[in-house]
Design a protein. Structure first.
Lengths: 81, 417
């Protein structure tokens, strides 16, 4: 799966969590720009995990601050399958 | 999304902070606390009990107070046999061991305490730690290392998360008490990776019980080892008070049970019991066990005596269930919103609209002469503010109805009901 496809699918998944309709770019941060709290993070991560049949451990989540980093991380996990 | 704790996006810089002051990271919390105290309420996190009269009564800030937030479920803290055992050990073995369990810190009393635990749970091995926190920290960090996976409920206790972090295992959380979410995650973990599933019998924030039977089944099918923290169920839940795993008939499938002496047992300390044939090696490799002083002789003597008495505590268990049901129903009838629809344990969580209202209610109860725990984010699930009530087998029927009267008056005074 190429990066653009992963990006498109994650964009669909993020919509219900993006309560303030923030414009999403690779530099958008989850905590700052999107104001995700811990529960939102858990639900959002679970949605991505189910979509791509992967696990994003909390250790990996700790390294992800921006939307772009998330897409890259998911691509890596999908490629490793 | 760097951690499981929510933080506001723009940290407030505290005025007058010296450059390079490492305490700057606490500014938000300092501001929140100052805001709360500025509203004039008594500090909920700075209560001093000047005198403790019994497992259910103390003098707090000069007032005689009913204790409804101590986790002293079985009321063993003033049991005459327990007190006597402690006094005797204090006189015969001194005030402390001044040593690690693996060097000069294992006395006769520590062995007797471990023997009592083995008998209590009907298991082959028992290891006593200096606190319950260290039991989770030690066991989890030692058995799940780098490259292993720890799959845990998102609402797990801090000691479980800290154990995972210390062991550097991959942490995979799943939605609270969600069997399907657990199963899905287990199936996605590489088949050859080491897997530990960590569950709690009773979750202390809402007082709800885990569906251990199904969760342990899916964990075993995935080839995972299972650790269950029974801190809030020991002594009370299950026919012999062994906890939720006993009550659900799956204790034999649990690889490690973690527990504490600071709740039903009525003192301080933690433990792990297991049937793993090589369990004893943990005494040499578990750092939070090795690199700290062992419990004082009086503490292990009181613990051992209390554990043996808890084996025969079925009448007390029955009365505690009665208390839990009465309080739950009473609070529900008064119109309070509770953490569980039915009473599932000796913890009843009353959900507050927000922290300010919660603190006002907490203070109103204290002035009525009732102590409960105020729990606030980030320790609580879904950022709730809770008034947590933990019942004691020594609360009389009369006390429970007095408590309900206090809740009614305080709830009306603060406009919560």
């Amino acid at each position: 799966m190429d990066r653009a496809e992963i990006d498109r699918r994650i964009r669909d998944l993020i919509a219900p969590f993006n309560k303030n309709d923030v414009m999403i770019t690779d530099a958008t941060t989850f905590q700052g720009d999107l104001e995700f709290d811990s529960l939102t993070v858990m639900d959002f991560v679970a949605a991505i995990e189910d979509e791509f049949d992967i696990i994003i451990s909390m250790n990996q989540q700790a390294e992800i601050e921006t939307y772009g980093q998330l897409v890259d991380a998911v691509k890596k996990l999908v490629d490793a399958q | 999304m760097s951690e499981g704790i929510s933080q506001p996006d723009a940290p407030v810089e505290r005025e007058g902070r010296a450059k390079g002051d490492l305490f700057a990271k606490f500014d938000d919390l300092i501001a929140m606390r100052e805001g709360l105290l500025a509203s004039g309420v008594e500090d909920p996190f700075n209560l001093v009990m000047e005198k403790v009269l019994s497992p259910t009564r103390a003098i707090c800030n000069g007032r005689e107070t009913i204790l409804l937030g101590t986790y002293n479920y079985m009321g063993m803290t003033f049991d005459p046999d327990v007190i006597e055992a402690g006094k005797q050990a204090l006189e015969e073995f001194g005030s402390g061991t001044t040593g690690s369990r693996v060097l000069n810190g294992t006395y006769q009393g520590h062995k007797e305490c471990e023997d009592a635990l083995k008998e209590f749970y009907g298991m082959d091995h028992a290891m006593v730690f200096s606190t319950g926190y260290q039991a989770n920290l030690g066991i989890i960090s030692t058995i799940a290392g780098k490259g292993d996976y720890v799959v845990l409920d998102i609402d797990s206790h801090a000691s479980i998360y800290d154990g995972c972090a210390m062991g550097r295992a991959e942490i995979v959380p799943f939605r609270h008490n969600d069997i399907e979410a657990l199963e899905k995650r287990l199936k996605r973990i590489p088949a050859d990776a080491g897997k530990l599933v960590v569950l709690e019998g009773v979750y202390s924030m809402l007082g709800d019980v885990a569906p251990l039977k199904e969760m342990i089944r899916v964990s075993k099918e995935a080839g995972a080892m299972v650790l269950v923290d029974e801190a809030h169920s020991m002594g009370f839940i299950g026919e012999h008070g062994r906890g939720v795993a006993e009550a659900q008939g799956v204790l034999d499938d649990v690889d490690f049970v973690i527990g504490t002496f600071s709740k039903s047992v009525g003192t301080v300390g933690g433990f792990c019991v297991s049937n793993h044939p090589d369990f004893e090696i943990m005494r040499l490799v578990c750092r939070p066990y090795v690199f700290t002083a062992s419990l004082p002789p009086s503490v292990v003597a009181t613990a051992a005596t209390s554990i043996r008495k808890l084996m025969h505590g079925s009448n007390k268990r029955a009365h505690l269930w009665e208390n839990s049901r009465t309080l739950h129903k009473g609070l529900k009838d008064l119109g309070f919103q509770l953490g569980t629809d039915e009473p599932q344990s000796a913890i009843i969580a009353v959900i507050m609209p927000d922290l300010t209202k919660g603190a006002q209610m907490w203070e109103a109860l204290l002035k009525e002469g009732l102590y409960v725990n105020l729990a606030r984010p980030p320790a609580t699930p879904a950022n709730m503010t809770l008034l947590r009530c933990s019942l004691c087998a020594e609360h009389s029927d009369e006390e429970v109805s007095t408590i309900l009267g206090m809740f009614e008056r305080a709830g009306q005074a603060t406009g919560i009901i």
